[in-house]
Write a protein that binds this ligand. Structure first.
Ligand SMILES: Cc1cc2nc3c(=O)[nH]c(=O)nc-3n(C[C@H](O)[C@H](O)[C@H](O)COP(=O)(O)OP(=O)(O)OC[C@H]3O[C@@H](n4cnc5c(N)ncnc54)[C@H](O)[C@@H]3O)c2cc1C
Length: 462
């Protein structure tokens, strides 16, 4: 391979989607082409993929991406089983509960508060399925998991069991994908941005022009390729606009900000449930620990629907992630670089987030209604969900005609998009990587993607 292999694949964006695509392409036995991941940030995982909650579901999706959701859920389990994901990125089946708290905002139901396609809570509101109980589960008097504070006047429902929901540590999953890609020769170019396409004399796209985002000289100024995959989350529309200024379409993906917090509490000191020997079949795998997901509606005390995830992390330490659609409502402009997102963190939003975390999981003195803050915070973060206007991801090729590069390019590089996964990019990541691998290799994708194609949603630009 040389720097100018004509048939290289260039993936723009090194979040969980870009990494998953590179993972499946580089894993394919017949695939011998060079793969480049170009990311504008100086470090990977400063975006949603590094700060997400890590909740996975099999079938909480709109019909258009139900098959992709099911495929992806199976692949998460398969990859975890093959590579020790239970230990390396905290993969575990998850029990899921919804909890209504005293003082729930009057007349509110979770799904009224949230735009479709932007939160899991809307799906929770529609579900009350059976609970797969297992031996060893430690619960409070009211039946809630023991790491939660017993809430006076609260009621709760079991939403789903570990056979259809799971959790991972998103950052560790991405690190695993990155390491596998690196070992198979995938090249990651950080602090780099594609600023234009290279055309041959016939007007066919034959490569991309690369410039540095940190004013340092960076490798070759252009990379030849036969496929360009734009998988840059919320930044995807900007990339399409800048590479194809004459494009007559728009990829509609909006950034939806969310603060989150990861912490430990003394009450979640060890995994609550080891599936007893002989019970594994019930959980369809080798899960030894069970994670917990709790969804709460807005209350008089907070205006958003918190999501709390408790799991054993890859360092064998129990941790809790709390987040949700909790940004205070001011419009946050997507920064140029993912690393600059930190500058937008709102102290007020973080303070409210911590108040929620303490209310749900802080130390509750027996004679007090108010929980105390004894949480040990690992990190507090802000990131942007890439939300498509239709609430499902956009996956497929953008035709040369739509890109405005002319008909000559039928022989030039193909341009693909894989983005707009909203609040579900971790769950849908491996499935997206696998089907994009199929498409780039010229195979029929393993699940029907016709409802996710870019063409089906593009409006004309006036
Ligand atoms: C608070 C929160 C909680 C979430 N919880 C969950 C969850 O529990 N389960 C779930 O399934 N999903 C969850 N999500 C959603 C999930 O995190 C996203 O859908 C997913 O991470 C999107 O991945 P991505 O690779 O498309 O984009 P990103 O992770 O945003 O990655 C985009 C990458 O593109 C790079 N980039 C930007 N501009 C350029 C450029 N010009 N050139 C090259 N590269 C560029 C960025 O630096 C970044 O590395 C959550 C999201 C948020 C915000």
């Amino acid at each position: 391979m040389s720097d100018n292999d004509n048939d290289a694949v260039i993936i723009l964006g090194g979040g969980v989607i870009g990494l998953s695509i590179a993972y499946y392409l580089s894993k394919s036995p017949d695939f011998r082409r060079r793969i480049h991941i170009i990311d504008s940030a100086p470090r990977l995982l400063e975006s949603a993929s590094g700060y997400a909650g890590g909740f996975l579901a099999r079938d909480w999706f709109k019909p258009e991406c139900a098959a992709l959701g099911d495929l992806s859920f199976e692949l998460h389990r398969q990859v975890a089983d093959e590579h020790g994901g239970q230990r390396r990125w905290g993969y575990a089946g998850s029990h899921v509960y919804s909890m209504s708290l005293q003082g729930e905002a009057e007349g509110s139901r979770v799904e009224d508060w949230l735009l479709e396609g932007t939160s899991r809570a809307a799906a929770v509101g529609r579900r009350t399925e059976g609970h797969v109980s297992a031996p060893g589960e430690v619960v409070n008097g009211d039946g809630t998991p023991a790491w939660m504070v017993t809430q006076d006047g609260a009621s709760w429902n079991v939403v789903s069991g570990a056979e259809d929901c799971a959790q991972v540590e998103p950052r560790r999953l991405c690190e695993f994908l990155h390491e596998e890609c690196r070992q198979r020769g995938v090249e990651v170019h950080l602090s780099s941005r594609a600023t234009g396409v290279v055309m041959d004399g016939d007007g066919s796209i034959v490569g991309v022009k690369i410039t540095s985002t940190d004013n340092q000289p960076c490798g070759p100024r252009s990379l030849r390729c036969s496929d360009i995959v734009v998988a840059a989350g919320c930044w995807t529309p900007r990339i399409i606009e800048s590479l194809f200024p004459r494009n007559r379409t728009k990829i509609e993906i909006d950034p939806l900000a969310g603060h989150s917090i990861l912490y430990r509490t003394p009450r979640y000191a060890k995994p609550f449930m080891n599936v007893a020997h002989g019970q594994q079949d019930k959980f369809h795998g080798k899960d030894e620990n069970i994670a917990y997901a709790i969804y709460c509606p807005p209350t008089e005390s907070w205006s958003w629907a918190p999501e709390a995830y408790a799991r054993l992390n890859a360092d064998s330490k129990p941790e809790i992630w709390v987040g949700g659609l909790n940004h205070d409502g001011t419009v946050l402009l997507l920064p140029e670089l993912a690393t600059d997102t930190k500058k937008l963190i709102s102290r007020e939003s973080l303070a409210e987030l911590r108040k929620v975390a303490v209310t749900l999981t802080g130390l509750k003195a027996t004679d007090s209604q108010v929980a105390e803050d004894d949480l040990e915070v690992e990190w507090e973060g802000l990131c942007f969900r890439p939300v498509s206007r239709t609430g499902v991801p956009i996956i497929g090729q953008i035709s040369p005609k739509d890109l405005g590069v002319g008909f000559h390019n039928t022989l030039g590089a193909k341009v693909w998009v894989a983005s707009g996964h909203g609040p579900w990019g971790i769950s849908l990541s491996l499935g997206t990587g696998a089907v994009m691998g199929d498409l780039v290799e010229g195979r029929e994708p393993r699940v029907d993607l016709s409802a996710l194609k870019p063409e089906s949603r593009m409006g004309s630009k006036l």
